[in-house]
Design a protein around this ligand. Structure first.
Ligand code: ADP
Length: 277
């Protein structure tokens, strides 16, 4: 199987607390090829975060299987096949910008793992700091940064790991609209520089970065993704799988085009159907 691919078969998850059962996900079948940018959207509480947490091995599904590049979630987590970007930046308050961004790489080395293990995509921390616009803030502590700057650090930290898969859970939800838009294009500009999937996955080009991005904004989903998965109301199941064939690199002006509007209309219609409206 190609590196970076995510495959789910018959995944279901129900939360059980005493007599209370909450079915969060049901019958999830999914194939994400290497290098694809996939957005997941659905009504609030439909199981989007649960899906991401099951893939990341933070929750065990009640049924079904998950594989990341042919590995189980736990094995993929242990070998740093994916980076996880949460809703809030969760930076270490006592570490400066460079310390937070470089942290995971250091842990890898201390754990006896290093880019030489083969799958990690080499990334230069200083280049990454400059790309996210934090040049000059390398020694700043998180409390000295604005919310937007902290989220830039979190984004850079996720990329610094060099993992072939990024799992992102509404990473820009807490930001104001202007900063959100800026962060979307920043994410795209870093992602679009990824290695391309090669015909022969044993070559370097076979380490393209795959992104699974949870959002509740349909404009964000259409703007970012190659493909949008729409989940139904809880228990979440995939009710639409829509290809977004807008040209890349994506630019802000695309949001005014007929194609963009057509795609958002399509996603909105699927969302309404899933919410039972
Ligand atoms: P979304 O991300 O789509 O808003 P979630 O995946 O967070 O939805 O949650 C799906 C459903 O599962 C919700 O009804 C939520 O209350 C419930 N849920 C999530 N995590 C837990 C948990 N740890 N224990 C019990 N119920 C949970």
């Amino acid at each position: 199987m190609a590196e970076g691919a995510i495959v789910l078969r018959g995944v279901a998850k129900t939360f059980r607390r005493r007599s209370e059962h909450t079915a969060a996900l049901t019958a999830i079948d999914l194939d994400i090829p290497e290098g694809q940018f996939v957005a997941v959207i659905g009504p609030s509480g439909c199981g989007k975060s649960t899906l991401l947490r099951v893939i990341a091995g933070l929750l065990t599904p009640d049924a079904g299987t998950v594989s990341i590049a042919g590995l189980s979630s736990l094995e993929a987590r242990r070998t740093k096949w994916f980076g996880l970007v949460p809703q809030t930046p969760a930076l270490l308050p006592w570490r400066d910008v460079r310390g937070n961004i470089g942290l995971l790489g250091e842990l890898n080395r201390h754990g006896g793992r290093a880019p030489g293990d083969g799958h990690l995509i080499p990334v230069d921390v200083d280049t990454l700091i400059a790309t996210v616009g934090l040049h000059g803030f390398e020694s700043a502590l998180p409390h000295e940064l604005s919310g937007g700057m902290q989220q830039r650090v979190a984004l850079a930290r996720a990329f610094a790991l060099g993992a072939p898969v990024l799992l992102m859970d509404e990473p820009f939800a807490s930001l104001d609209e202007l900063t959100r838009e800026e962060m979307r294009f920043l994410l795209l500009s870093i992602w679009e520089k990824r290695p391309r999937p090669a015909a022969d996955p044993s070559t370097d080009g076979g380490r393209a970065r795959t992104v699974l991005f949870v959002t509740h904004s349909l404009e964000e989903a259409v703007l970012l993704a190659d493909r949008v998965l729409v989940l139904s109301a809880r228990p979440g199941r995939i009710i639409a799988d829509l290809a977004i064939d807008l040209p890349r690199p994506r630019v802000a002006a695309q949001a005014d085009t007929d194609e963009f509007v057509r795609h958002t209309r399509e996603v909105r219609a699927a969302l309404r159907l899933g919410a039972g409206q």
